[in-house]
Design a protein around this ligand. Structure first.
Ligand SMILES: [Zn+2]
Length: 364
């Protein structure tokens, strides 16, 4: 038998040597790529510029699209504290647009500009302070997205990060995501709109995180509705230490109204198959919310199918603060003092999570 197995092994080895290089690897060099967005993020201790480069492939044309990743062709030069990024891609941004804007000119990043010539390579220049700033360049991939026309969109961000060197170590970065917004109301019950409750609780949480020295980015601060992928991208681009989506819960609308009003309480959702599953963080959040607001607690939900949970490469949790159809939960949510308590609980649980993970890291 051993002889027989070794012949098979040899045969497989020869087949492997004769097989051509997978076509997907060749395609990477030749695909037309385009710049579809430039995003800027300005936090207390870092400024981040992310250039979104996309390519699109017919799903059937790529052998093993699961294994395929898109690597944009680019190069970086640095001279006199001016960083120049050149990408071999056509820009689809309007030529005269102010697509690249800095909301606040920080002490670190002082100027940002792109070339307006859409017929040549895309060029972005960033001037930064020579003092107290380090610049780093990384790439961050978005989850590939299957389109209705059976093509797949691959997006890779070229990420320039300008960090404060005076503060060491840099504080933890939290991305807070108030669920829904705009025409996406979320749950509606007892004269309450979920999108408004989510935003208010999240703004209150942001203030507490900031007071405790965290770097915080919010996916929306007004009644807008960023796409789910854009929300997860923010966490990935900023390499956040945690991504918290803040929601409020409801029972299915096809349930009889009387039955919907029976359920009250809090829960948290995580994704056990994510690169960083965050079940511990979800547990702490649900416990802290239930304890602080004296709410019933539902079992945690493992939800790998939810977009924000399956496109985040950092620990991500969705919290459902309370159940909007229940009269008592609704009464609680309608009062700011309880929304403030919910915000405090979200901070406490997350802060505890970092203390525990720091302790565990020291023991290993
Ligand atoms: Zn929701």
């Amino acid at each position: 038998m051993p002889v027989f197995i070794s012949y098979i092994t040899l045969f497989i080895a020869i087949l492997f040597l004769l097989s051509p290089v997978p076509a997907a690897a060749d395609l990477a060099e030749t695909l037309p790529a385009s710049i579809v967005a430039v995003k800027t993020f300005q936090l207390e201790h870092k400024d981040v510029v992310a250039v979104a480069v996309e390519t699109r492939l017919p799903a059937a044309s790529v052998p093993g699209p699961l294994a395929y990743t898109f690597e944009p062709q680019y190069h970086i030069t640095e001279k006199n504290n001016i960083l120049t990024l050149t990408v071999a891609a056509q820009s689809t941004l309007p030529a005269d647009s102010n697509a690249v804007t800095l909301v606040n000119f920080s002490p670190r990043l002082t100027r940002l500009a792109t070339n307006s010539d859409n017929n040549s390579d895309f060029i972005l220049t960033a001037a930064y302070s020579s003092r107290n700033t380090t610049a780093t360049v990384t790439t961050v991939k978005r989850k590939r997205v299957m389109q209705p026309d059976d093509t797949i969109i691959f997006r890779t961000y070229l990420v320039l990060t300008f960090s404060d060197t005076l503060t060491t170590p840099l504080p933890k970065t939290i991305v807070l995501d108030p669920g829904h917004g705009g025409t996406a109301l979320g749950a509606t019950s007892n004269y309450l709109l979920e999108k408004e409750l989510n935003l208010d609780i999240t703004l209150l949480s942001r203030d507490i995180f900031c007071q405790h020295g965290y770097d915080v980015y919010m996916t929306r601060t007004d009644d807008s509705n960023p796409s789910l992928l854009d929300r997860a991208d923010a966490a990935n681009i900023l390499q956040a230490d945690a991504f918290l989506a803040i929601h409020n819960n409801s029972m299915p609308t096809d349930m009889p109204d009387a039955a919907r009003k029976l359920y009250r309480g809090t829960t948290a959702l995580y994704n056990s198959s994510a690169p960083k599953p965050a079940k511990e963080l979800a547990t702490l959040l649900a416990n802290e919310l239930a304890g602080t607001l004296h709410l019933h607690q539902y079992p945690l939900q493992d939800r790998p199918g939810l977009v924000v949970l399956n496109s985040s490469w950092v620990p991500a949790v969705i919290v459902e603060v309370a159940m909007m159809p229940h009269p008592q939960d609704a009464k609680l949510l309608s009062q700011r003092i309880y929304r403030q308590q919910a915000a405090q609980a979200i901070f406490q649980a997350t802060d505890k999570y970092f203390s525990i993970t720091a302790l565990a890291a020291r023991r290993n």
